[in-house]
Write a protein that binds this ligand. Structure first.
Ligand SMILES: [Fe+2]
Length: 134
């Protein structure tokens, strides 16, 4: 099977603001504007195309980024430097905390459009024991 996610559209109030926000936090590049889209490409070939739509039409989505320990340190520093509130949990009940799920570290923060962004250093389920045969 050769199916790969290639791109998706992320709605924003201001697509440049949102693209630059995420690129800054994750240490990525903002690409060249293409029609209504401002792209930010990730290292596994997925392009996030930020598109501006009326604020009242934005529905919150969730995007999670798997990054290395070093990238986590850098992203976390930029989040703190920018004064962005971060949380250990997706329900935003544990502000100022980082989680240690799956044998790594993770945190959540909101992007300018209100989407729930997550950075993790280990994929979900990567630290759990595989089910045993019975
Ligand atoms: Fe998640």
């Amino acid at each position: 099977m050769s199916v790969e996610l290639n791109h998706t559209i992320i709605h924003a109030r201001d697509n440049r603001e949102s693209a630059e926000f995420l690129a800054h936090i994750l240490g990525l590049e903002v690409g060249t504007e293409w029609g209504p889209f401002i792209p930010v490409a990730t290292s596994n070939g997925v392009t996030l195309d930020f598109a501006a739509i009326p604020a009242e039409s934005i529905v919150m989505q969730h995007y999670a980024f798997l990054i290395s320990d070093e990238e986590f340190e850098a992203a976390f520093a930029r989040i703190q430097q920018a004064g962005i509130t971060y949380y250990a949990d997706p329900h935003l009940k544990q502000p100022g905390e980082v989680n240690h799920h799956h044998g790594g570290r993770g945190l959540y923060f909101m992007d300018p459009a209100g989407h729930g962004m997550e950075i993790i250093t280990r994929p979900y389920g990567s630290h759990e024991q595989p089910p045993t045969a019975s």
